[in-house]
Design a protein around this ligand. Structure first.
Ligand code: 5GP
Length: 174
């Protein structure tokens, strides 16, 4: 698979954009504490780099959902690791995702998280495949808008592989 891989965003390009996103978030929250709620597993690489570049009060939390098998979304969201009310109630939550595709995961999570009475909820995504939306959804912070490509690397997997690539690429069709 890697021999047909075309690089979409190099490691340098990703880190540069993530730094800008961290500054953008800091400008909005100023001295208020934020909780970066990382959507496992894919967003973990992005969340860590974003937090390391975030110069303000921040905590990390995790939620895990799954909807994909291979290259196809099953359409059904499964909650695999739930949130704890005490970590969310009264806090400024930023849900951090690797990619938004159909929009189902974010729609599900933004509704789910509201059950825990956060002070505020925003969404932050590294990649946005706008053309593939099934449910209407716009993230508050977007790294890059991309075409309808199946991408891997930097947390994004193909059947659990390739998350460890430091860049993001897509497989060229012959
Ligand atoms: P949505 O619920 O918006 O359709 O999908 C979000 C999830 O689908 C992402 O968190 C990610 O796990 C998966 N996904 C969507 N597009 C891609 C892609 O191009 N590559 C990979 N590896 N996963 C994707």
């Amino acid at each position: 698979m890697l021999e047909n891989l075309e690089i979409l965003f190099s490691e340098e390009k990703l880190q540069e954009r993530i730094k800008e996103m961290a500054l953008e978030i800091k400008r909005d929250y100023k001295d208020e504490e934020v909780i970066f709620c990382s959507v496992l597993k894919g967003a973990i690489f992005f969340t860590v780099d974003l937090m390391k570049k975030y110069d303000g009060d921040a905590k990390i939390d995790f939620v895990r959902v799954s909807s994909y098998e291979g290259e196809n979304s099953t359409g059904k969201i499964n909650l695999k690791i739930p949130l704890k009310k005490e970590n969310i109630e009264g806090k400024n939550i930023i849900l951090v995702e690797d990619i938004v595709d159909t929009g189902r995961t974010f729609k599900y999570l933004t509704e789910y998280i509201k059950e825990f009475n956060p002070k505020s909820v925003k969404t932050c995504v590294l990649l946005d495949k706008k053309a593939r939306r099934v449910v209407s959804f716009d993230a508050d912070y977007v790294g890059f808008t991309i075409d309808d490509l199946f991408v891997i690397g930097y947390g994004l997997d193909y059947d659990e592989k390739y998350r460890n690539l430091p860049y993001i690429g897509y497989v060229k069709s012959n």
